[in-house]
Design a protein around this ligand. Structure first.
Ligand SMILES: [Zn+2]
Ligand SMILES: [Zn+2]
Ligand SMILES: [Zn+2]
Length: 195
């Protein structure tokens, strides 16, 4: 277990993720016996405390006991170019291959430009006077406005850029499913955010 993994970002709703734990480290190379080359894991999930699934940078995954893993490539073995290029370009390796600087920017990893608390009627703490609120997602103070039509009007914090105090993201849903609990922003799947 020797390289840092990216978070296993998914659109899967919380009810399908019971017992799923995001792994922060994994082997550098993996392959099943049927694969003609080594691939690289982008993210990993442990299900129910035992079965491990590694998702590859190219497509697909390896899981359970059904794959080989190594940190050092056996001489002459082939490596998937898409996996290796993306992994290196995204910074999964500390060292780049000699003579070039690979770059790959995975989506959904960096915080969004607009704060996930924008236009939310729950992700703020009203300040005295009732005209401004502190965003529970990013900590910035922003005006409160009445939003929605005459039949569903609500008080919400205005759209605003993500502030520097943005809460750490859920490993699975990032900042997409934030809700308020006990005056804090937390992912609606219930997971504490991980830095
Ligand atoms: Zn691959
Ligand atoms: Zn905010
Ligand atoms: Zn979540």
């Amino acid at each position: 277990m020797s390289v840092a993994l990216l978070p296993p970002v998914t659109g899967m709703p919380a009810r399908f993720l019971e017992g799923a734990e995001a792994l922060s480290e994994g082997p550098r190379f993996v392959r099943t016996r049927a694969m003609s080359r080594w691939h690289r894991p982008r993210s990993g999930v442990r299900w129910g405390g035992e079965r491990v699934v590694f998702h590859l940078w190219c497509v697909g995954h390896v899981q359970g006991d059904d794959f080989l893993s190594t940190d050092e490539l056996p001489d002459g073995d082939l490596v998937c170019g898409m996996c290796d290029g993306k992994a290196m370009g995204a910074g999964q390796e500390l060292e780049q291959p000699p003579g070039r600087q690979l770059i790959f920017t995975p989506r959904d990893i960096a915080p969004p430009k607009n704060c996930p608390g924008s236009r939310s009627s729950v992700l703020f703490e009203e300040l005295p006077g009732g005209r401004a609120g502190r965003c529970l997602a990013c900590g910035d103070v922003q005006p409160l406005r009445a939003m929605g039509g005459p039949y569903n009007s609500r008080c919400a914090i205005v759209q605003h850029p993500t502030g520097p105090g943005i809460v750490p993201p859920c490993p699975f849903h990032r900042w997409r499913s934030l809700t308020a609990r006990d005056g804090r922003a937390i992912c609606s799947c219930g997971r504490e955010a991980t830095p």
